[in-house]
Design a protein around this ligand. Structure first.
Ligand code: ADP
Ligand code: ZN
Ligand code: ZN
Length: 819
């Protein structure tokens, strides 16, 4: 009977539900290995993984392989952090390996690579081959590397065909073979060499230049060698002389690639001198919670422009002063340069930034810097919830209602919800902030699960903007065409421009038109891969699908009947820009949507143009609704409030209310009062009316009634099971089999009866997407434990009973996007 402490449970970095047992290398038994990174043999290759802890049992009848290598570096994970990842895997019903992959920077995973090596036969043949032949050159090369071949079996494209052929032939002849070689890491830590001052020359003879150099180094204490070389000619020989005399030493230091924030302008205004009363109260209460060092969740409900950022900054300062670390999550990092600037000009401790827009090297370095305690504040988008902070004291989730906190691929998690889980596990304070809290969060505040803090008015008693709703059914354009602008909005825009103020126009659809329709035969351009119509883009005169990358150059005639009456319908931001330029010639118009912001820092560039007054009228999609503080904007126009209402999703009203309130919140933030004009075909709709009154509480109450009646969150919990397959028939068959399993489970499992409701399976609203057929089955329940258990059993049975290749089953716990 082997001793159990010789074996450990390892999660390999692969999307596999199981964990595996490995043997601890000799001489390491008894060392605590939990959390350490390891390299383990897996099938024919090697993989990286993490030790979870001692093995709970040995799989019968299987040979247990030893761990190949234990990594002794800073990438090992703490017990708390591992526990958090295991929680995530369990709750979201995802493979632990996939969660680890999601949580750690890509560069950390070990890659194994297959390479060619020379065989004995190859070595012999080297003597007989003509020295000039391709074969001999390749073999010679492999030999020189001492058998540690240098040619990856994945040949680079630029290898000539003759080399590729030669390699094939030599494989057949047995001159070379494929071998596996473990490559430690794709991304390596970078080191910089410094010159360090040791002592003065004290009577030693130095040339004037050497003396000057030594003085320079003494003043600096330490200088990067690179910098030294820039300053002194013959730097190498000077350094050598100083080093030989033991006056200086050269030392390597870890260097961190830091993401560039150069494009961000510093915050011009000084810090506010006095907090407002509500700000003070919030800072005090959160401060108290910090001092108690317990888990303490807050909902900070502050209207737009009420100074939430200042509250965040003060409580983060307090957390850090107490020796803790802080995590500040924002919905989209690209849009929050202003927040970075606000913090950077005020705080004195190091901060780090984590988001998917960083290069792999930058991410890896920021991660290591956080891990080694080199950052007190981590600032990031949703993935930063996995920042490796060991002394987390506070987590702040700004704009907590924002759907971007939900990850919609691979491991589908919600960073807002995970903030609460992590806070609880690590006894940290959690602050969810928003002007329009999500139904879930406000419900939790009502239920007293969160402590409710409010900032009910704008700074300096600036009024909230005046909001007007315009009924577009009453508007007539020239002829029969529906106008884009109501008379009210057009007039307001003119006045705004005349007064030299600024305006935002919000339209949640990019591109030029919504669809192209043939007036003669009714033909509509549709995406062949997705169930949506194609959208015309002016910039490249093509039709684009907004879900996949399908694109079709525009033709002047209908592809079906060759009619020339192919008309563009519907309004996108590009067309809006054209129309506005016609209506208001001479006005500097800018546009901010996914098409104009594909390049790094283009957001900042556009927003800076508005701040400097180079752009006075900014058109944009929901990007412009998020958190910007543009003091000269006094008019906000919403072109079509109905767009988000008509989405087939139970959250459509909530999204509409949030979007309208947030975009309205961009108006009148400076000293001039703001005005908002909302155009709609549904002026009676309750989310539009409540947004008009900026009445969150009334909206919540009415929406809560609807959700309760329809049994939707926050009164129930949802898990969406989605099937995606290449062939519709297979996907539907899979769905049918799932349905059968479900009805059996409900018939026989007493504990599930009456607690789990099943909607579907049906085709998803987007029945085709990127060429895949999509079905979904929505599971609903009031008791989370029962619903969760049901889903796990269902998945287990589906895995055992259904084998239909080409159909993927995706689990989405607490789904946000139901399309
Ligand atoms: P929110 O995030 O709540 O919409 P911000 O944090 O952007 O609001 O604050 C709005 C503006 O008010 C900012 O320009 C900020 O500098 C300013 N501000 C915040 N607190 C104070 C204060 N106590 N006194 C004066 N100005 C303040
Ligand atoms: Zn036609
Ligand atoms: Zn498509």
């Amino acid at each position: 009977m082997p001793e159990m402490n010789q074996f450990v449970e390892v999660a390999v970095c692969l999307p596999i539900r199981k964990t595996f047992v490995y043997e601890v290398p000799e001489g390491m038994c008894g060392t605590p290995l939990a959390g350490k990174g390891v390299v383990v043999p897996f099938g024919r290759r090697f993989l990286s993984g993490f030790v979870l802890g001692p093995a709970k049992g040995l799989p019968p009848g299987k040979k247990i392989l030893p761990i190949r290598q234990v990594l002794e570096d800073e990438t090992s994970l703490s017990k708390d952090f591992l526990a958090f990842l295991e929680w995530v895997a369990d709750y979201y019903i995802q493979p632990l390996g996939a969660v680890i992959q999601t949580a750690l920077p890509a560069g950390i995973h070990l890659r194994s690579r297959e390479i060619y090596a020379i065989t004995d036969k190859g070595l012999h043949s080297l003597e007989t081959l003509s020295a000039k032949s391709v074969e001999s050159r390749i073999l010679g090369n492999l030999q020189r590397r001492g058998g540690k071949g240098c040619i990856s079996t994945r040949l680079p494209r630029n290898f000539s065909p003759s080399i590729q052929d030669a390699i094939c032939r030599m494989m057949e002849e047995g001159f070379i073979k494929r071998v596996e070689s473990v490559w430690v890491r794709k991304i390596k830590a970078k080191t910089i060499h410094y010159v360090k001052f040791l002592k003065k020359e004290n009577g030693l003879f130095l040339t004037p230049l050497q003396k000057e150099a030594l003085d320079f180094i003494q003043k600096a204490g330490e200088v990067p060698v690179q910098e030294f070389k820039k300053k002194f000619k013959n730097a190498s020989s000077i350094l050598l002389a100083l080093k030989n005399n033991e006056l200086v030493s050269i030392l390597p230091k870890d260097s961190y690639r830091q993401p560039s924030w150069e494009e961000i302008e510093d915050w011009a205004d000084g810090p506010p001198s006095l907090l407002t009363e509500p700000q003070k109260k919030a800072v005090e209460e959160i401060g108290q919670a910090l001092r108690s060092q317990k888990f303490y969740p807050f909902l900070l409900h502050g209207v737009t422009g009420s100074g939430k950022t200042e509250v965040y900054l003060r409580v983060i300062e307090e957390a850090v002063a107490q020796g803790g670390q802080a995590l500040l999550l924002v919905p989209e990092i690209a849009l929050t340069a202003q927040l970075v600037a606000y913090f950077r000009s005020r705080i004195r401790f190091p901060m780090a930034i984590l988001h998917s827009g960083l290069s792999a090297g930058e991410r890896f370095d920021e991660w290591r810097r956080i891990k080694t305690g080199g950052a007190k504040l981590v600032f990031g988008a949703r993935s930063a919830i996995f920042a490796p902070l060991d002394h987390l004291a506070i987590i702040i989730v700004d704009e907590e209602h924002d759907p971007s906190y939900k990850q919609e691929e691979k491991v589908r998690y919600n960073a807002r919800d995970l903030a609460l889980v992590r806070g609880k596990m690590e006894k940290a304070v959690v602050v969810l902030g928003s002007a329009t809290p999500s139904m879930e969060s406000y419900y939790n505040a009502v239920e007293k699960k969160f402590h409710y803090l409010t900032l009910p008015s704008r700074i300096d008693h600036r009024p909230l903007p005046d909001i007007q709703v315009v009924d577009m059914r009453q508007e007539r354009g020239s002829g029969n065409a529906r106008p884009i602008f109501s008379r009210t909005l057009e007039e307001a825009l003119r006045q705004n421009m005349e007064r030299n103020e600024q305006a935002l126009l919000f339209l949640n659809r990019r591109g030029f038109s919504t669809f192209a329709l043939c007036r003669d035969c009714g033909f509509v351009y549709r995406c062949p891969n997705c169930s949506v119509s194609l959208i015309y883009h002016l910039s490249d005169k093509s039709f684009h699908c907004h879900y996949c990358d399908f694109c079709l150059p525009a033709l002047s005639r209908c592809p079906e009947c060759a009619s020339v009456y192919l008309m563009l319908f519907g309004l996108g931001t590009q067309r809006l820009e054209e129309e506005i330029k016609k209506k208001l010639p001479g006005v500097q118009v800018g546009r901010m949507d996914r098409d104009t912001t594909s390049r790094k820092s283009s957001h900042q560039r556009i927003l800076s143009q508005v701040r400097r007054g180079e752009v006075n009228l900014l058109i944009g999609t929901q990007m412009i609704t998020k958190g910007h503080d543009l003091p000269r904007v006094t008019l906000v126009g919403v072109l079509a409030a109905d767009l988000s209402l008509n989405i087939p999703d139970f959250r459509a009203s909530e999204r509409t209310f949030q979007l309208l309130t947030q975009v309205a919140g961009r108006a009148g933030r400076g000293s001039l009062p703001g005005r908002v004009i909302i155009q709609t075909f549904n002026p009676q709709n309750h989310s539009i009316q409540m947004a008009q009154g900026q009445n969150f509480i009334a909206f919540y109450q009415q929406e809560a009634k609807f959700r309760q009646e329809m049994a939707y969150p926050p009164f129930t919990r949802l898990i969406n099971l989605r099937l995606e397959g290449n062939a519709e028939s297979k996907t539907l068959r899979y769905a049918q089999m799932m349905e059968q399993i479900v009805s059996r489970m409900l018939q026989h499992g007493k504990k599930f009866q009456g607690h789990v409701e099943i909607l579907g399976p049906t085709l998803a609203p987007l029945a085709r997407l990127r060429g895949k057929c999509r079905c979904q089955m929505l599971l609903k329940g009031r008791k989370w434990n029962v619903l969760h258990e049901f889903t796990k059993q269902l998945l287990q049975r589906a895995e055992e009973e259904i084998s239909i290749p080409g159909v993927k089953l995706i689990v989405d716990v607490d789904p946000v996007n139901m399309l």
